[in-house]
Design a binder for this molecule. Structure first.
Ligand code: XMP
Length: 319
């Protein structure tokens, strides 16, 4: 693609100009955005880049190991695997408000990066995979005031105390353009095609209080759901699919016994840029089969619902 090739060269030139001889640390999450950011920076400045992968304990099943292996082995990047699960989950204990969760996680991210940045001599820049939709801070409803829906849309810059400057080479791009750029840079299709995953991770798919028990159940249910979607060849038709574990337990029956376990909601949407979305029209057969698998295979869940809300009026995530 000629346009993306030109964009890539221009982006590389700009990064070199901005960064010079300085060292950069990159907030690698394993999502498409940060993966493409890391690949682009690696191309532009090579060894001057160190990636920090923060495991906040809110990742999906096997995700941390897969991401770290992929970037170290496949791409030859220098990656620090920061094991900070206890820190994040500790601070989130007893917190149920969505915006408070985001603020805690966002603040800890900065603290953690500061900690690792301090260990890398001469690190001057922090790279972030901010996209154009993230830059649009607030959504303006016609006739009404400007309203901020979720705080991640605010990217007002990092606190000065961090002492790091920002590199955001994807600031002008939408998601599909980021994928095209990733392809240009030689990232494997399996990574480019990954559904978006939010920075606060499973925290916002666990409405209400987060516990390790709920997170474990959620991880298993989500893995079964995604497996079902892949097996039916639907993954690439869907913008984003995930399970949310609901803060309610319901009564069920299994064998001769009564169960009293969590209910979950399956979510799948189509979208172009995440700003609006439609729920995905699975067949009833698919939904029934998936519910049966989740309830049989995941201890702790005895009821599945399918979320048929579009955006607007819903949002894609539950929080
Ligand atoms: P919503 O739920 O606002 O999500 O319809 C739109 C897109 O943004 C992702 N999302 C987030 N990403 N931090 C992020 O990095 C967040 O706090 C956050 N909240 C939502 C969501 O997964 C979807 O792709």
């Amino acid at each position: 693609d000629w346009t993306m090739d030109a964009y890539r060269e221009e982006a590389v030139r700009k990064i070199r100009e901005q960064v010079g001889d300085s060292k950069v640390i990159c907030a690698l999450s394993g999502g498409v955005d940060s993966s493409v950011t890391a690949a682009l920076l690696h191309e532009a400045i090579g060894e001057q880049l160190t990636c920090v992968f923060v495991d906040h304990g809110l990742l999906r099943l096997n995700e941390a190991d897969e991401v770290v292996a992929m970037f170290r082995d496949h791409m030859n990047l220098s990656v620090i695997h920061a094991q900070e699960q206890d820190l994040f989950l500790g601070e989130l204990e007893g917190v149920s408000d969505p915006e408070t969760k985001r603020k805690i996680i966002g603040k800890l991210f900065i603290d953690v990066f500061q900690k690792y940045a301090d260990q890398i001599e001469d690190a001057t820049f922090l790279a972030q995979g901010t996209l154009y939709p993230d830059v649009i801070e607030s959504v303006s409803f016609s006739g009404g005031p400007s309203v901020t829906i979720k705080s991640h849309h605010n990217v007002g810059g990092l606190p000065e105390k961090m002492g790091l400057k920002l590199v955001e080479p994807l600031r002008e791009l939408f998601k599909d353009e980021v994928r095209a750029l990733g392809h240009e840079l030689g990232l494997p299709a399996s990574f480019i095609g990954r559904h978006p995953f939010p920075g606060p991770g499973l925290a916002i798919r666990c409405p209400g209080e987060i516990t390790r028990e709920k997170l474990d159940i959620l991880r298993k249910a989500d893995a079964v759901y995604i497996d079902q979607i892949r097996k039916h060849g639907l993954y690439d038709e869907i913008w984003q699919a995930f399970v949310a574990i609901l803060p309610v337990r319901t009564v069920g029956v299994m064998g001769d016994g009564r169960t009293y376990d969590y209910a979950c909601a399956l979510r799948a949407v189509t979208s172009v840029d995440g700003m609006t979305a439609d729920y995905y029209p699975f067949t009833h057969e698919f939904l029934g089969e998936t519910a049966t698998r989740i309830i049989n295979e995941v201890k702790g869940i005895n009821r599945c619902t399918y979320d048929i809300t579009s955006k607007p009026p819903g949002t894609i995530e539950w929080e």
